[in-house]
Write a new protein. Structure first.
Length: 135
């Protein structure tokens, strides 16, 4: 009977107690309308800032996930009551919000036809001298 209880507790902790991998966290919905008054340059700067923060938080989240997996394994093998104390700095909510912000910024930039969102249309323009130099 004791083994069944331990297994049930361990299973519940494994399913709900561990931090998710950063790639498994979905973006929260953020409306792109809040960025409608920004210029393309401002959107690009904000996207770079949010992208850098996403990378930072994702690294913390992935480290927390690895730590939880190790702690869970050790807890199951060595001392299962320690599993009750699995608590860390799960950054899932912040990462979800940041991913949503980035998607909203992308949508805003696309709706404004910002060139940095369409690299294939950002061709180098030649002066008349360059165009006629071979004639």
């Amino acid at each position: 009977m004791r083994g069944v209880i331990v297994s049930a507790i361990a299973g519940a902790l494994l399913l709900g107690g561990c931090a998710k991998k950063a790639e498994e966290i979905q973006a929260a919905y953020i409306s792109p309308l809040q960025y409608r008054n920004l210029t393309c340059d401002q959107l690009q700067i904000e996207m770079e800032r949010v992208s850098a923060r996403v990378n930072e938080v994702a690294q913390v989240q992935d480290a927390e996930h690895k730590k939880d997996v190790v702690a869970t394994t050790v807890g199951l093998v060595v001392f299962w009551p320690a599993l009750f104390f699995l608590a860390g700095s799960d950054k899932a909510q912040e990462l979800s919000r940041l991913k949503g912000e980035y998607e909203a910024l992308q949508k805003a930039a696309i709706s404004k036809n910002c060139l940095f969102m369409h690299p294939e249309t950002n061709t180098t323009q030649h002066s008349d001298e360059t165009l006629h130099s071979g004639l």
